[in-house]
Design a protein around this ligand. Sequence first.
Ligand code: PHE
Length: 373
Amino acid sequence: MEGILHFVAKLTYLSVYSKIFLLVYQPVNFGDDDDFMDNYEPIRESFLKEVAASSSLDALYAVKVKYIGKKGVISELNKALAKLPSEEKPIAGFEIGKLRNEFSAAYDDKESSLKERELSEKLISEQIDVTLPGLTLPIGREHIINKTAGEISAFFASIGYLKATGPEVELDYYNFEALNMPYGHPARDMQDTFYVSDYEVLRTHTSPVQIRTMLACKPPIRIIAPGKVYRSDYDVTHSPMFHQVEGLYIDENISMGELKGTLEHFVKALFGSDVPVRFRASYFPFTEPSMEVDMGCSICSGGGCRVCKGAGWLEIGGCGMVAPEVFDAVRLDYNKFSGFAFGMGVERIAMLKYGIDDIRLFFENHLKFLNQF
Ligand code: PHE
């Protein structure tokens, strides 16, 4: 005990007292008369108290720095120890070591309990309910117009038609001239046209694909050409952009009976065998004779409504036998070949099929509308 008392006295002389005071915020008296254990005790107690009060790992770490850190209480004690006479060092060193071990053990205990608590708090706050339904990504769907055009094409594919395409910005020549509508022809007025330049238009129908195909292929030709077309028109049954499906069949000895049979077969396949179909004599410069194809209005079941304009019938397209002028334009011999062509409005067909009474609904992009199909 003598040695320890001496050690304590030395500590006082080395004015460690003040430093420790600052570190632990409470007076520790290393006066001559005190027993070392009495002075050791307050440090130990305040350390344990601070450890116990630490409510987070950060707070606990601060306590560790203050007591066991490089400039902490234990370090100060060790510095003081270095200046002791050598015979006193072992005992004082032993005591400081004991204190340090006790600090470390208390620190480790507290650290692991805080870590455990933090982990369990994290587990609770990040809890996932594996029984909740998963997030489903909206995957979108085919637009009703593409779907309908696909159905029309699929029917014609089933009877041997190949798919053909052409550009939407089309030469005036293919859109009009080659289809027997030269510049100034009154039939051009039937199709309010968007002109891109003096010789280019936004195609007003899919019929130019007939010309392109006949120039590129030799008969027999059997094609279907679905696509966008444009006209300066806008009301419940007209949209400035809409879709058509063109059909063309060229071979030897093709008759009008085959044309009518093909289209009737098509309407019945798409709408059911009880849907009425009628052909009306009409005029197109590129077919002769020409007809319009009507089917019973499915919106009003023939009673008359705003879509069929009270007629009970709705026109789904035009058709006819390919005109001699067109054969000339593509340099095919009309004495050898004959054929028919038809063009149908996809929107019209979708409106009839799904009972939609305003063409503009297709292009306003309201998901409530589109998701129904
Ligand atoms: N192209 C014509 C139109 O858009 C329809 C049609 C196509 C008529 C083929 C006859 C032959 O009105």
